[in-house]
Design a binder for this molecule. Sequence first.
Ligand SMILES: Nc1nc2c(ncn2[C@@H]2O[C@H](COP(=O)(O)OP(=O)(O)OP(=O)(O)O)[C@@H](O)[C@H]2O)c(=O)[nH]1
Ligand SMILES: [Mg+2]
Length: 454
Amino acid sequence: MTLAADTIVAIATAAGRAGVGMIRISGPQARRVAETIAGPVPQPRMASLRRFRRSDATVLDEGLLLYFPGPHSFTGEDVVELQAHGSPIALAEIVEALCLAGARMAQPGEFSERAFLNGRMDLAQAEAVADLIDASSRAAARAATRSVQGEFSQCIEGAVESLIQLRVLLEAALDFADEEVPAASPAAVRARLEVIATELRAVQHAAAQGRRLREGMRVAIAGRPNVGKSTLLNRLAGTEAAIVSPQAGTTRDVLREHIVIDGLPLTIVDTAGLRESEDAIEREGVRRAQTEIAQAELVLLVIDDRSNGDDATPEQLLPWIDKNRNLQTLIVRNKCDLSGVVAGPDVDQQGGAVLRVSAATGAGFDALVAALKHAAGLDDSGAQIYSARARHLEALQDAQLHLQAALKRSSEHFDAVLIAEELRLAQQALEAITGKFSSEDLLGRIFATFCLGK
Ligand SMILES: Nc1nc2c(ncn2[C@@H]2O[C@H](COP(=O)(O)OP(=O)(O)OP(=O)(O)O)[C@@H](O)[C@H]2O)c(=O)[nH]1
Ligand SMILES: [Mg+2]
């Protein structure tokens, strides 16, 4: 732990007028700087009313002063908090006075960065604080809170601990190569690797769900003209956002609606009906539709339930999509009120899953919503979800790949040295999540995206 030499200050509350505005000071000079403008700090963690004065003794405001001596503070350093009135002008003047007294303006995320550097929380927890502040739904906020409290980090640390134990065992077996170490037999090692890999998969699943809650999913609605794509969008969004008409080729522009389903943010994109057209504007619409579909994570391929759907298979309608890309498609057979077939999940003649709905009546939409959540990896199992970022998922995947490589080595040509090396790499990947193993560059990138004063 290396304590920072300088003392930072920032307004911690949101910009604008409010009842109360909070200023936070952290660093070795926090107490002295605060005392310059507010008089002696009160007992640790006790609030006291003070006048905040400029150096010429002008009173800028009055409010509460709180002192949290390090290391038992948010940043681990001496911290002083001033609660003044939420006047942007008065707050700015107080900060100015504090800077004249020796503090400097904090960078975005600098308080959290210091908290991390001083071991007050790990990197995943610090990121979760930012995610909680940014959460756009209750579910996302709950997931972030779980991560702030360290549940996600504990899972990671548990896996790291298991990896370390296995590495120790393998290394002991290498050191005593002449003696039999039963716990390090290929079968025993394999069994332990299987357990760790399974545990890690559960963490990956929970983290993937958390990432969805944070980042949402892009869904494109595609299909032939007039099948009811825009009507479907309108019903999902609950507004008449898109123009609907009996004329084929109504939609030309791309239309985007943001909706939230049980805490899952979705961006739903309505596109022009896919067909060859003589009309230059419609052709441009189809070109834009193709671009949108290519960027989506899920495509709702809409078919008129009265047709057999032969001319609207994913292969026919989306031939330009890279087969290696992980694009999910869901076949939605619309207008079941006209075909007279019951709404809900079904299988088509080829045995593929389809979902029958009526965008006009809303029949089958409960199943559609459930299918959207399922496609996003969110299920109703009630399992704990942690807020997680793309970087965490990549690290988890990386660790899983090294575990799988270790498993492979444990079943073919057992080699303790190579297995131990894979385990070391898996451990390193996991430790990047909590920040035990991280570069300054990564830290800079992460904390720069935080709010000022956090
Ligand atoms: N009966 C019935 N009519 C529907 C249903 N869905 C859409 N329609 C009608 O079908 C026609 C076409 O609907 P749109 O939503 O404009 O179809 P689209 O796929 O967006 O068409 P384009 O934008 O031209 O590609 C309209 O007259 C809708 O009212 C449905 O489930 N049942
Ligand atoms: Mg349309």
